[in-house]
Design a protein around this ligand. Structure first.
Ligand code: UDP
Ligand code: MG
Length: 318
């Protein structure tokens, strides 16, 4: 076992949710790649309230290997919470976040580390060359989301992933951002610093299917956009002005018709107007509601995650 080198220590953070079947094999693979490349490292495994045997496996690994630390959250907080728990505990001079289903190939790590160490790059993003096996609808929805995100928040995250290496400075900057609801890949882009990208091909999932349902992805997407941009609110105002202009024109026309004795009989116009106004108001209220809900959540200031248990043997014990 290599001696931990605080100068060059790489913390690998892995969120784990119901991955008992593959987690040990994943850790072995990551450990082997890093040892072969001679990179000093520690592994921080965060069990995000798994319902299966994941925690038992992680605790066993933490007992057996000096460079593994395991954290168990008190319930399923979601990947963002698990990543936050891991990064908060990272001791390294840099840290990388990666999925534990090996869709983020560990073989990319040495190149990411090299860019950090030799070229002083502070944020190394692994970019998806190909999105791997995924259904068409998912790809289409993801493209839409990234398009909307770019248009509203001004950050291009297309083909970005959570697989990225952050220098200590970037980790600390990220930790300083106070919001409870995080969106790691956007926040770690927003912080800036010197950046580089490496390509990777999304491997097939080592086991089973994605832990994210369509419902959860949709809610994450809405959350992401409203966390990073007030453009939807501005659109409500803009929509209001456009409608006002239309109504002014319609009003002038109506008065003119009335005065000219050519007023339109019947309710069609009235019904249409009511429907348009009613629908628009509901949508506008909905958008405002989403922001109010966000403010409410943030104001409560609840922690991003809660820890139930930790097992660690510090890398310096090695
Ligand atoms: N994950 C998690 N909490 C969750 C859902 C997922 O910690 O509530 C972890 C999961 O164990 C994996 C990573 O997040 O390590 C990515 O999950 P998955 O592979 O299911 O997502 P996808 O490949 O579809 O992006
Ligand atoms: Mg995956």
């Amino acid at each position: 076992m290599e001696k931990a080198n605080p100068q060059g220590l790489l913390s690998v953070v892995m969120p784990v949710y119901n991955e008992a079947a593959i987690v040990e094999e994943s850790i072995r693979r990551v450990g082997k790649v890093l040892r072969d490349a001679g990179i000093p490292h520690e592994l921080i495994l965060v069990d995000d309230g798994s319902a299966d045997d994941s925690w038992a496996k992680l605790a066993g690994l933490a007992n057996g290997l000096p460079w593994v630390r395991a954290v168990r959250l008190s319930r399923n907080f979601g990947k963002e919470g698990a990543m936050a728990a891991g990064l908060d505990r990272a001791l390294g001079a840099c840290a990388v976040v990666m999925d534990c289903d090996m869709q983020h190939p560990p073989e990319t790590l040495p190149e990411m580390y090299r860019l950090w160490q030799n070229e002083g790059i502070q944020v190394v993003e692994a970019i998806k060359n190909t999105r791997g096996k995924e259904n068409r609808l998912h790809t289409w929805a993801a493209n839409w989301f990234y398009g909307l995100f770019r248009a509203s928040a001004g950050l291009n995250l297309r083909n970005a992933s959570d697989f990225r290496l952050l220098d200590r400075a970037a980790i600390d900057a990220w930790k300083c951002m106070p919001e409870r609801r995080t969106f790691f890949r956007a926040m770690s882009t927003w912080v800036g610093f010197t950046r580089a990208q490496v390509g990777f091909d999304v491997a097939p999932r080592a086991d089973g299917k994605s832990r994210f349902s369509v419902r959860r992805l949709t809610s994450l997407a809405i959350d992401a956009i409203t966390s990073f941009s007030a453009v939807p609110l501005q659109l409500v105002t803009l929509g209001g002005f456009v409608l006002l202009l239309l109504f002014a024109l319609l009003g002038i026309q109506t008065v003119y018709m009335k005065l000219a004795g050519k007023a339109v009989p019947g309710f069609t116009t009235v019904i249409l107007l009511l429907l348009i106004i009613g629908g628009t108001l509901m949508v506008a209220l909905g958008i405002i509601g989403i922001y109010i809900a966000k403010i409410y959540e943030e104001v409560k200031g609840r922690p991003r995650y809660l820890v139930q248990e930790e097992k660690q043997s510090r890398p310096e014990d090695a």
